[in-house]
Design a protein around this ligand. Structure first.
Ligand code: ADP
Length: 249
């Protein structure tokens, strides 16, 4: 095991929502460790707690009990504002609502987190050009988000999440709205940043996305029921990554 602290560690993490008087145990006793540079795909049927887990890791949802550690620091006991600061410095998000700033261009949306994290304007611009280029979005750099399709907004959100080279990328269905060509661009970029050392935890139903991961964590009814190393991708005759993961649910 590496000497550096885990990028993510959870200990007996639980989330119970109160639906009126009915408690919904969305995440149950999750112990998860993700080491620096690891790429973990979280899979499982709808309602199994994947989004809730991801939201808690990013501090977007509070835990009911248990511990969350990010880069060796206890995160779940931080104040809202301290967690917001930690998040800004360390975590990039792609969630289902992309939350792009409507009054800024695509380019500025992507550069902003890098500038806020203290990157020089020149480095932030280069990083933005690389990310938008990799996602086939260079031509849309000056557009406002309102003029983009859902799939385009999703790719901008991914570029924004990666702009400041966060310790951790959290992504909920990052290919959910994309056609196959754009999915390929996203897969290629995720592979590249992962090879560069980016730690990634993402929720996906897509076996091609999971096929890029080092590990697949499977949730069922809020519990981890499987946590395994992904076998090396099988290549089909056309050289495409084959479906190596069995989908559940
Ligand atoms: P998944 O991402 O795997 O589809 P979720 O984390 O969205 O699963 O949901 C897990 C369980 O928690 C489900 O039973 C869902 O209905 C419930 N749940 C999710 N969010 C809320 C909420 N805000 N309030 C009440 N129940 C919720």
């Amino acid at each position: 095991m590496s000497g550096s602290p885990a990028t993510v560690k959870t200990i007996n993490l639980n989330k119970v929502y109160q639906n009126g008087t009915v408690p919904v145990h969305a995440v149950r006793g999750v112990d998860l460790r993700v080491d620096p540079g690891e790429f973990v795909a979280v899979m499982g049927p709808s309602g199994s707690g994947k989004s809730t887990l991801l939201h808690m890791l990013g501090g977007l949802d509070s835990r009911t009990s248990g511990e969350i550690w990010l880069d060796g620091k206890r995160a779940d006991t931080l104040s809202e504002s301290a967690w917001a600061l930690l998040r800004r410095r360390k975590v990039g998000f792609v969630f289902q609502f992309f939350n792009l700033v409507a009054t800024m261009t695509v380019a500025d949306n992507v550069e902003l987190p890098a500038l806020l994290a203290g990157m020089s304007p020149r480095t932030a611009r280069e990083r933005r050009e690389y990310l938008l280029g990799a996602l086939g979005m260079t031509e849309r750099a000056d557009a406002p988000p309102a003029q983009l399709s859902g799939g385009e907004q999703q790719r901008v959100a991914l570029a924004r999440a990666l702009a400041n080279r966060p310790s951790l990328l959290l992504a909920d269905e990052p290919t959910g709205n994309l056609d196959s060509r754009n999915t390929r661009d996203v897969l290629r970029l995720l592979g590249e940043v992962h090879r560069d050392g980016q730690t990634i935890v993402l929720v996906t139903h897509d076996a091609r996305v999971a096929g890029l991961a080092d590990r697949v964590v499977s949730l069922l009814d809020g519990e981890i029921v499987d946590d395994g190393v992904v076998p090396a991708p099988r290549r089909g005759p056309a050289g495409r990554v084959g479906d190596v993961i069995e989908l559940r649910g």
